[in-house]
Structures are given as structure tokens and as C-alpha cells.
Design a protein around this ligand. Structure first.
Ligand SMILES: [Zn+2]
Length: 125
């Protein structure tokens, strides 16, 4: 095993409980841990640290809780509005493409019947 594999294992261990990792990464990590005492020791130490932090009780002031709740609510509202705008932009784009296509088809059909170069050529024959 090389240094990069150990570093990848440590990166995945620190990422796993916070952001989550893919199933393929989890399989690779488990296989690595089965063979690597160094990274297994790191994983045990990390797990012990997480357990110690979870057992520590911290009371936040009511004002901090209320402020955080209000900011989370505002951010959730902002994200919902961004999502709605993205959907509207997508629908507008699709309608624009559809309208352009229909206009081009109609113009082509009208041009073929009256007034296009091809139409005059056909009339003169
Ligand atoms: Zn390792």
C-alpha cells in the first residue's frame, strides 16, 4: 500500500460520517481497513472522538436557537424560490424552443406555397 491509499482512506473516514460516501467508496474503504492497521487505528480513534463529542451536552441560549431557526427558515424559503425560478426558466426555455420551431415550420410551409424562390420556380415551369 502506498501513501495515497492511506490518505484516501483517511479522507473517506473523515467524510463518511459527515457527508456520506458512495457505496463503491465504502467497499474500498472496508477492504482497505481489513488490510491496514494504521488506518484501522485512525478509524478507531476517530470513532472514539465522535462518541466523546456526542456525550458532551451543550446548551445554547434561547436567543441563539431562535436566531438560527429563523435563518434556517429564511434559507429554506430562499432555496424554494430559487428552485421555482429554475423550473419557470426551464419551462420558458422549452416554450421558446417550441414556438421557434413552430414558427419555422409554419414559415417554411407558407413559403413553399406562396412566394419562395422554389415556389416561383415551380410556377414558371
Ligand atoms: Zn491505510
Amino acid at each position: 500500500m502506498n501513501r495515497n491509499e492511506h490518505q484516501s482512506a483517511i479522507d473517506l473516514l473523515t467524510q463518511r460520517d459527515v457527508e456520506g460516501i458512495s457505496a463503491a467508496d465504502a467497499r474500498w474503504l472496508e477492504a482497505h481497513l481489513e488490510q491496514c492497521q494504521e488506518c484501522t487505528s485512525f478509524a478507531v480513534a476517530l470513532n472514539d472522538t465522535e462518541q466523546a463529542l456526542r456525550s458532551f451536552t451543550l446548551m445554547a441560549p434561547v436567543s441563539l436557537v431562535e436566531t438560527t431557526r429563523a435563518r434556517v427558515h429564511a434559507r429554506a424559503q430562499e432555496l424554494r424560490e430559487q428552485q421555482a425560478r429554475a423550473v419557470l426558466m426551464g419551462v420558458s426555455f422549452c416554450l421558446g424552443v417550441l414556438t421557434s420551431t413552430l414558427t419555422a415550420v409554419l414559415a417554411s410551409a407558407r413559403g413553399g406555397n406562396c412566394g419562395s424562390y422554389g415556389g416561383h420556380a415551380a410556377d414558371s415551369i
